[in-house]
Design a protein around this ligand. Structure first.
Ligand code: AMP
Ligand code: TRP
Length: 343
């Protein structure tokens, strides 16, 4: 259905809720740029509505949104070729999310792994209603543009599946073939970059330990020191990647190396077979610094002119709205809302 009726359109989003990590870069941002380079229509969104599902200091949120916009561009996203914008400037996201809140079922939301993880050991009753309904807003982000492909890290797969369920239920309930069944794009060696302190946990901007992650704003010394201190086991590197199955920390570092070098993890293991981590880690640190240092420098340059960032986001929001409006209008018509204004 997707291929026949809907033209190829890419949408993805990142929350402006603090430092971006190497996980965001390898799992998402780098893929965003690759898709832009393929000449596909691409929309990339700073999802500030999602960010406030947990408390955000207003001044910090504004700063984080501009920082995220700068990071997008520093990584290679070009506002002339991709639509870059923040979610709250396009009213359709919240409007379509409301419709989807009435299509999706509470049980669907309750089964989301991320909801369960975020509320584990806490009183779920005290969380915001927005946090519970978060995936419904995410479905609205994607379907407001009839996006057919969504590049994300592995952790978002279940949310994309839910987006497909919402599209299918809407189409079924209203007897239409209106929303596409979106495909997740989860590719590469680094769709799940793990913590440097614990190879079984995702590298995350919200991990209390800064040593667990590499931030896009870390300087060369910080990157090198975090990689040097990354947890590993005492064994040297084996001669086959498959031998790392039970060594999550070692596997993670090899995957990071492979993703940065643009090589297969098998090849990296071959090259370093029998070498100790005291040799592998400095090579990985050099590679990480070579990739990230220019991004950090470009980010700083862009952040020196916040007015220009705001202008780019405003322009992006106008372009995004122009795509969204007819789709939202048609949705409201399908649902049965009276439409008196011609827009
Ligand atoms: P978030 O920081 O949760 O808003 O995530 C933004 C994007 O980065 C999503 O596509 C995530 O799947 C991706 N991402 C976040 N953390 C990681 C990670 N550790 N490994 C790979 N991808 C990640
Ligand atoms: N939920 C995603 C995350 O935390 C961010 C996001 C919001 C998103 N809306 C989206 C990702 C739409 C892809 C498409 O990473």
């Amino acid at each position: 259905m997707t291929a026949a009726k809907f033209s190829h359109r890419v949408f993805s989003g990142i929350q402006p809720s603090g430092n971006l990590t190497l996980g965001n870069y390898l799992g998402a941002l780098r893929r965003f740029v690759e898709m832009q380079e393929e000449g596909i229509e691409t929309l990339y969104c700073m999802v500030d509505l999602h960010a406030i599902t947990v408390w955000q200091d207003p001044a910090r949120l504004r700063a984080s949104t501009r920082e995220l916009a700068a990071a997008f561009m520093a990584c290679g996203l070009d506002p002339k070729r991709s639509i870059l914008f923040n979610q709250s400037q396009v009213a359709g996201h919240a409007q379509l999310a409301w419709v989807f809140n009435c299509v999706a079922r509470m049980g669907w939301m309750g089964r989301m792994t991320q909801w369960k993880e975020k509320t584990a050991g806490k009183n779920a009753e005290a969380e915001s209603l927005g946090l519970f309904a978060y995936p419904s807003l995410m479905a609205a982000d994607i379907l407001l543009y009839h996006a057919t492909h969504v590049p994300v890290g592995e952790d978002q797969k279940q949310h994309i599946e839910l987006t497909r369920d919402i599209a299918a239920k809407f189409n079924h309930d209203y007897g239409v073939d209106f929303f596409p069944i979106t495909e997740p794009v989860i590719e590469g060696a680094a769709t799940r970059v793990m913590s440097l302190r614990d190879g079984t946990k995702k590298m995350s901007k919200s991990d209390p330990s800064d040593m667990s992650r590499i931030n896009l704003t870390d300087d060369a010394d910080a990157i090198a020191s975090k990689i040097r201190k990354a947890r590993t086991d005492p064994e040297p590197l084996p001669d086959a990647f498959s031998a790392l199955a039970e060594r999550p920390e070692a596997r993670n570092l090899v995957n990071i190396y492979a993703a940065l070098a643009g090589e297969a993890p098998e090849k990296v293991v071959e090259d370093f077979a029998g070498k100790p981590f005291s040799e592998f880690k400095p090579a990985l640190a050099d590679l990480a610094v070579a990739h990230l240092a220019p991004i950090t420098t470009r980010m700083k340059g862009l952040l020196a002119d916040p007015a220009e960032i705001d202008r780019i986001l405003g322009e992006g929001a106008d372009k995004a709205s122009a795509i969204a409006e007819p789709i939202l209008d048609r949705t409201f018509e399908i649902v049965g809302f009276v439409r008196s204004r011609s827009r």
